[in-house]
Write a protein that binds this ligand. Sequence first.
Ligand code: ADP
Ligand code: ASP
Ligand code: MG
Length: 410
Amino acid sequence: MALIVQKYGGTSVGTIERIRNVARRAIKTKEQGHSVIVVVSAMAGETDRLIGLAQQITDLPDEREYDVLVSTGEQVSVALLAITLHSMGNSAVSFLGHQIKIQTDSAFSKARILNIDSERIMNSLDHGTIVIVAGFQGVDEDNNITTLGRGGSDTTAVAVAAALNADVCEIYTDVDGVYTTDPNICSDARKLEKISYDEMLEMASLGAKVLQIRSVELAKKYNVSIHVRSSLSDNTGTIVTKEDEEMEKVMVSGVTYNQNEAKITILRVPDKPGVASKIFTPITEANINVDMIIQNTSTDGYADLTFTVPKADFKKALGIVQKTAKELNAVDVLSDPNIAKVSIVGAGMRSHAGVASKMFTVLANVGVNIMMISTSEIKISCVIDAKFTELAVRVLHETFELSKSDVSQE
Ligand code: ADP
Ligand code: ASP
Ligand code: MG
């Protein structure tokens, strides 16, 4: 008998019929003799709808109230699933974040889980009850409702799996695994049987939204085995696990894109110690994550600094930078929200030379200008004009022979 955590995303609980399907799957697992914890997201489109309502009032809603609002989607889906399970003659109980003390820090809209009180969950499981946990939400030490960032139900699931020492965390979604690139924009994408935590971490942080990055971090830290699969079939999906020798042989295992960032440039600031700190400290204090940074230094003692921030924080960041620019007598602040970051990821890059130049050449050949570049041991990212995203993803996917038809990397 195993302890299995199953997480179902928005599409998988998008209608009452889909919720029935989730209930049937949970029951089947239970009937096989396992203990089952189900983590659910809000019904498809619901979180966007809630955010849209707040945006009709203001661009910058109060952060605490924003989380009170957007966490409601999951309250609906846990209750609907519990009612469905009851109607099918099963014992089930739903829990919201505060009821099982999913304790987080107070970073509203991007909170991190610190602790989960597993006792109440264990008690219910011991009684043979299917436990349903609301994804995406927690409470801080003052009992304020917090949320974990978009896609955060994945993180709830992995955190619950880690806290209860589950045997596996199954992430059910609308595709049947992790692919070499987003199968919804590249029909030739190939499903991966296995992917290492590190590669998945890079893919997730670079835009492959199939798993929230924090969920992969937690899985790696607590050695939780993740199985990403479809809620509409019984096919085996992708196992996210520790790296093995076979994985290291693959030079590039995936191509990702992210259109959720915006670029800000501060023009002609003095090129001297302390300037970068003056620019970035207030941004960090506002809890905004800066991603890529480049600095061009001119010979006359001035520098231009360009960096990217999440689109959701773009207006806030721009306001802060404009203020700092005045203080530093910068010439101007430029901004561009229409950018995309395309990246290639692969553990084998460590041991293969020439991957970066191949990437730059292929983008140049199709007329795509590279605005920013960043690299790590196992990834290369380029910021480009957002309108070229699909083109760039497709040519990179083809160049690095990731397609279904190509078996050389299998
Ligand atoms: P859920 O609502 O189940 O959490 P998400 O929309 O968050 O689902 O994540 C699944 C989506 O991730 C897929 O529909 C797909 O478009 C996208 N995706 C992006 N990159 C990848 C990839 N490399 N492999 C699989 N899916 C990907
Ligand atoms: N409902 C939340 C979102 O749409 C969390 C999740 O789906 O994982 O981002
Ligand atoms: Mg998701």
